[in-house]
Design a protein around this ligand. Structure first.
Ligand code: HEM
Length: 406
């Protein structure tokens, strides 16, 4: 199809497809998403919560276009009950995820310095030390061990606290709140209590750092509030998702290690000089990081895309998981191919809302994979692969536990 035809010929809107919440095991690609990708570049979906339907874009080029185009707004979504996966919807002021430009820049500016490549280089030795301590414990206690409980969960939580500037004396409490907020079993009342506790603590901490000259995130936010660049409410809304953002690393890396433990050729490949980066990138592309789709956008004006008119006011989702399997960009997309070159995956998103923690996440993933494989030679699953238990009723997919021996 030529560009001219796609923009000039308008087609009837596709049928609205139900996309129920499924618990998927292992690293299986969601079969509903696979069907939607086959059905068309643009389809329409209804998710378990919220109202009405939304457009879904699955092709790489469309996903990149929509996520880079200010005609699609995040802020508008906060005024609506768009069809969605999550049962509850309580966007906070200050949250980067819901901000459009120029607000997004204003909010991101105070904290950007804490997540740069340079800042992460400085963090690396400390992060390595945290990981070594965790693995010392695992080695001391001997096999078997649950890698999720012993390493994959505590490591990102502790590293994030380091970046945020959580004082040693408050860490136990902050980490307990984090676990309750992200846990799938705690029930929503416990999660709400933990959120209240955490957000109260964040407010006090930011207030107490109004004059701080340190470079941790809470100090940077305290200063920005003092200067009047952002409000206190915005600072708190900015900090919350960052403080619990480590969860993504736990589960993504859980999927990564599961794949490495079940596909020996990947581990062998990792040993080759220069291969680690490409292998990890290919796994980032391949891993079905999340369930369903993330946050919607709303068209602010009519946009004709692939022959369909997306009218002003209509919600649109993009699927980064689908874009990462677009055969036009990634030949033989379901195959894990460490030789894939180039590999321009969008595992961390694209455009304004590109993941704030991407460099931090990469640092942690590299350290985790390297250190776990190095310190636990002969690492293997302690149960058959099909008995690994996977997280249920969750936004971010990954193993619930990863029992290993070595
Ligand atoms: C946004 C992926 C780790 C903080 C995102 C987005 C993706 C993503 C796909 C959404 C882009 C969009 O809305 O269009 C991942 C993956 C991770 C990871 C795969 C780990 C493997 C982290 C970490 C942090 C973090 C460690 C912070 C400590 C955020 C924030 C946003 C975000 C604050 C919202 C950014 C915005 O809307 O401007 N991430 N992430 N992420 N991520 Fe991550």
């Amino acid at each position: 199809m030529t560009e001219e035809i796609t923009t000039l010929t308008e087609q009837a809107p596709p049928p609205v497809r139900e996309w129920p919440a499924h618990d998927l095991a292992g690293t299986e690609f969601d079969p509903v998403l696979a069907d939607l990708m086959r059905e068309g570049p643009l389809t329409r979906i209804r998710l378990p919560h919220g109202e009405g339907w939304a457009w879904l874009a699955t092709r790489y080029d469309d996903v990149k276009l929509i996520t880079n185009d200010p005609r699609f707004s995040r802020t508008e979504v906060t005024r609506r009950q768009v069809t969605r996966l999550a049962p509850n919807f309580a966007p906070r002021p200050g949250s980067l995820a819901w901000a459009d430009q120029p607000d997004h820049n204003r909010l991101r500016k105070p904290i950007a310095g804490a997540f740069t490549v340079g800042a992460m280089k400085r963090l690396r030795p400390r992060a390595h030390g945290i990981l070594d301590e965790l693995l010392d414990g695992v080695v001391r206690d001997g096999p078997p061990a649950d890698l999720v409980e012993r390493v994959l969960e505590p490591f990102p939580i502790t590293v994030v606290s380091e970046v945020m500037g959580v004082p040693a004396g408050d860490r136990e409490q902050v980490h307990a709140w984090t676990r309750q907020i992200i846990s799938t079993s705690g029930g929503s009342e416990a999660a709400d209590r933990a959120k209240n506790g955490m957000y109260g603590w964040i407010t006090d901490t930011i207030r107490a750092r109004a004059q701080s000259t340190d470079e941790d995130v809470y100090s940077l936010l305290g200063l920005a509030v003092g200067r009047g660049d952002i409000s206190e409410e915005e600072a708190v809304g900015l900090a919350g998702p960052l403080q619990i953002g480590g969860e993504a690393v736990t589960h993504n890396c859980g999927q990564m290690l599961f794949l490495m433990l079940t596909r020996p050729e990947l581990r062998e490949r990792m040993q080759e000089p220069g291969a680690r980066g490409p292998v990890l990138d290919e796994l980032l592309r391949h891993i079905p990081h999340r369930a369903s789709v993330g946050l919607a956008r709303i068209a602010l004006e009519d946009v004709v895309l692939r022959g369909h008119r997306i009218s002003a006011g209509e919600p649109v989702y993009v699927s980064y998981l689908a874009a990462n399997r677009d055969p036009e960009v990634f030949p033989d997309p379901d195959r894990i191919d460490p030789d894939r070159d180039p590999n321009p995956h969008v595992a961390f998103g694209n455009g304004v809302h590109y993941c704030t923690g991407a460099v931090l996440a990469r640092l942690q993933i590299e350290l985790l994979v390297d250190t776990v494989l190095e310190r636990l030679p002969g690492l293997r699953l302690a149960v058959p692969a099909d008995q690994v238990v996977w997280r249920r009723k969750t936004m971010i997919r990954g193993p619930q536990t990863l029992p290993v021996s070595w």
